[in-house]
Design a protein around this ligand. Structure first.
Ligand code: ZN
Ligand code: ZN
Length: 420
């Protein structure tokens, strides 16, 4: 049965409504965050704002005190959902390393054996606004991260303009949701200030009505006091974040860059002046998502990358080497996951098939040996190969494996030419 993209998703994200909404793996914190906002607002409406409905002239002006926080809370919650339930800017993974960046290399061991290998450079330099920026290769996503992109270890995705992973909203903050994140945090700050101020006002009104002390008024309305303490503590957090991100936006930095790098060319490259930086964050169109989570997964045809290396061997083959082939072959198949293509390849390597035009120097070569060499020199990458260069960024073919069974390199080269 054909799967949808979100069902075959390799990141750690959680999806709901058939892939329409995407969260980080820690999405469980979102209801908690919602409660941290909703509970104090409900308490405020019930124990503070309700008593102020008729306090102001004209008579019904006090209703605004109740309606404003309700509407504002809805707005804050919408911003929260925009931040945490949408694609923050995930760069779709590749199913194989970028072919144009592969380097084919051959290493020669002391005994003259040649080992062909495919390597992918760890970094690459790109130009950003006239400044050279080094971008890194992501082993997991098998791509060169675009400038400012970073791999979130929690979500296990590369995120464009990665800022940080926010545990409170259970989502990465990146290119597509940074603006909503900032608006959420700054709006939450305003809501805190509002609730604090009106609670304080209520205490003052009680004092005036009863002509008592502030302590007496506080005893009269303990919920006002509790709300003021809660908002005071929350303000340190959200106002601090708002201030910090205002600074970051004004200098066009991300949290990740600010913590990781000193101000240098890396951050200077993006700074276009305070006003333009704010415009860039708030007044540009949000880039469409690069992922269609509900699309059906397309089967990618297997890819063949053939090393342009002629395998030669100067060592004499021994009977033991022949015997070992079976076990070695098993190892290669396990490592490379190419077992199912085995038949295909050895048929294509059939010397009889290749000998129509050009004579071979020798025919002293058995078919399985040639097929084996071909397999060693040919890397098949398929969608499910997750181990491509995972650790070192290179994929080396063991010398003994590549050379174990080829007696005369000329045969191999000839056979290859003719096939092509
Ligand atoms: Zn990545
Ligand atoms: Zn994340």
């Amino acid at each position: 049965m054909t799967q949808r993209v979100y069902q075959a998703w390799k990141g750690s994200n959680k999806f709901i409504f058939g892939g329409r909404l995407i969260f980080g793996p820690d999405a469980r914190s979102v209801p908690f965050t919602v409660l941290l906002i909703l509970v104090p607002v409900v308490l405020f409406c019930v124990f503070v704002a309700r008593h102020l409905l008729h306090e102001f002239s004209p008579y019904n002006a006090g209703y605004a005190i109740l309606v404003v926080p309700i509407l504002f809370t809805i707005y804050v919650l919408i911003l929260l959902s925009f931040t945490s339930a949408r694609d923050p800017g995930i760069v779709p993974r590749n199913s194989h390393p970028p072919e144009e960046d592969l380097r084919y290399e051959t290493t020669v061991s002391a005994d003259g054996r040649q080992t062909p290998s495919v390597q992918i450079p760890r970094t690459k330099e790109v130009m950003v606004n006239g400044i050279t920026v080094r971008v890194k290769y992501c082993d997991t996503c098998m791509l060169y991260r675009p400038p400012r992109c970073s791999h979130c270890s929690i979500c296990n995705n590369c995120i464009e303009r990665f800022d940080h992973h926010c545990p409170w909203v259970g989502q990465c903050i990146g290119l597509r949701n940074y603006r909503y994140f900032f608006m959420f945090v700054s709006s939450a700050t305003l809501l805190c200030i509002y609730v604090f101020a009106i609670s304080a006002l209520y205490i003052k009104i009680i004092m005036e009505h009863q002509r008592g002390t502030v302590w007496m008024a506080m005893r009269e309305s303990p919920w006002s006091v509790a709300l003021m303490i809660y908002c005071f503590i929350a303000l340190w957090f959200v106002a601090g974040l708002t201030g910090f991100h205002s600074y970051l936006i004004s200098t066009n930095q991300t949290t990740y860059e600010n913590f990781r790098y000193r101000p240098n060319s890396r951050t200077v490259a993006y700074n276009r002046g305070c006003a333009n930086n704010f415009m860039e964050v708030f007044c540009t169109k949000v880039k469409p998502s690069r992922n269609n989570f509900r699309a059906f997964v397309e089967e990618e045809p297997p890819r063949v990358i053939t090393l342009p290396t002629v395998i030669t061997t100067t060592t004499k083959e021994t009977a033991e080497a022949e015997d070992e082939v079976g076990s070695r072959r098993q190892k290669v198949e396990d490592d490379l996951d190419i077992g199912d293509d085995l038949m295909n390849l050895s048929q294509r390597c059939n010397p009889a098939e290749a000998s129509n035009d050009q004579p071979h120097q020798t025919l002293d070569i058995d078919q399985s040996a040639l097929g084996f060499a071909e397999r060693a020199a040919t890397i098949r990458t398929e969608t499910r190969h997750g181990s491509w260069g995972r650790r070192s960024g290179s994929w080396d073919i063991a010398a003994d494996v590549a050379n174990s069974n080829v007696r005369e390199s000329q045969n191999y080269a000839t056979a290859k030419e003719e096939r092509g």
